[in-house]
Design a protein around this ligand. Structure first.
Ligand code: SAH
Length: 246
């Protein structure tokens, strides 16, 4: 029966997918996604039918999903992490709306990079935090930096997605400079690379060192707030619990 499931399949490996995501992928007639993700899923769900498009063809991918659903197919439209966080959920609903279609759409939540990354580092997101993408494809550079400034001023723990690409070398350094206007250079920072995948790794540094950090498009950066500290290799943002000496 025709329907579209928009699925966030988590950071990568099977263990991080929700049961609902796995069930929806298994039940789908066709799986549609960005080519890199399709290659990843083919290793796990080998016998399925796949359609892929290159990066930045999100609207095309959604139209493809709608076309397949109109043919009576059950479609799984996949994106990494959570499909509602810089993923395909919003654009799919907008395409359905623009087409005046009544195809049922189900959004299936996934483990976003902030969660899988935070778990590798310790417990850095225990208090209020802000997620900001440094990609200026959809949001202007000025707007991004304004959000960085407001989050820094509000003492939010800050998760940066899309920290760097070939075209955007300077954004991370600029963001670090802005945040240092509000927090000391010693503020702990955690870098998580390819969380939830076989080659995952993480690194701790200070806000002062972040400018020169080696990051790429598979890295999530978590910058502590004024309370965050590192103990025994774990990054911790205390929530205010008063502990007796133990
Ligand atoms: N929908 C995704 C985010 C897509 S935006 C989610 O909810 O996780 C792409 C950015 O997410 C990357 O540039 C990176 O900053 C982050 N990201 C995605 N997968 C990651 C992973 N496995 N490890 C670390 N960061 C990741």
């Amino acid at each position: 029966m025709k329907r579209i499931d928009v699925i966030g399949f988590g950071p990568g490996n099977y263990e991080y997918m929700t049961i609902e995501a796995v069930q929806a992928i298994k039940a789908a007639d066709v799986i549609i996604g960005y080519s890199t993700y399709v290659e990843l899923l083919k290793k796990i769900f080998a016998e399925k039918r796949y359609l892929d498009t290159p990066m930045k063809r999100e609207v095309e991918r959604c139209k493809m999903a709608l076309e397949e659903a109109m043919k009576g197919q059950r479609v799984a439209l996949v994106s990494s992490g959570d499909s509602g966080i810089y993923g395909m959920a919003g654009i799919m609903l907008q395409v359905i709306e623009a087409a005046g279609s009544e195809v049922p759409v189900h959004i299936i939540a996934g483990v976003t990079a902030a969660s899988s990354g935070a778990a590798m580092l310790g417990a850095p997101l225990m208090n209020d935090f802000a997620v900001i993408s440094l990609s200026d494809l959809m949001t202007s550079y000025e707007q991004i930096m304004k959000r960085v400034r407001c989050a820094a001023e509000g003492d939010f723990v800050i998760c940066l997605y899309n920290p760097k690409s070939r075209k955007r070398q300077g954004h991370l350094a600029e963001a670090a400079d802005i945040i240092m206007e509000y927090r000391p250079a010693e503020t702990p920072v955690g870098l998580v690379h390819k969380a939830g995948r076989d080659d995952a790794c993480d690194e701790m540094m200070t806000l002062g060192e972040l400018k020169n950090a080696d990051v790429d498009m598979f890295t999530t950066v978590i910058i502590g707030n004024s309370m965050t500290y590192v103990r025994n290799g774990k990054m911790i943002t205390p929530r205010g619990y008063q502990l007796e000496e133990v």
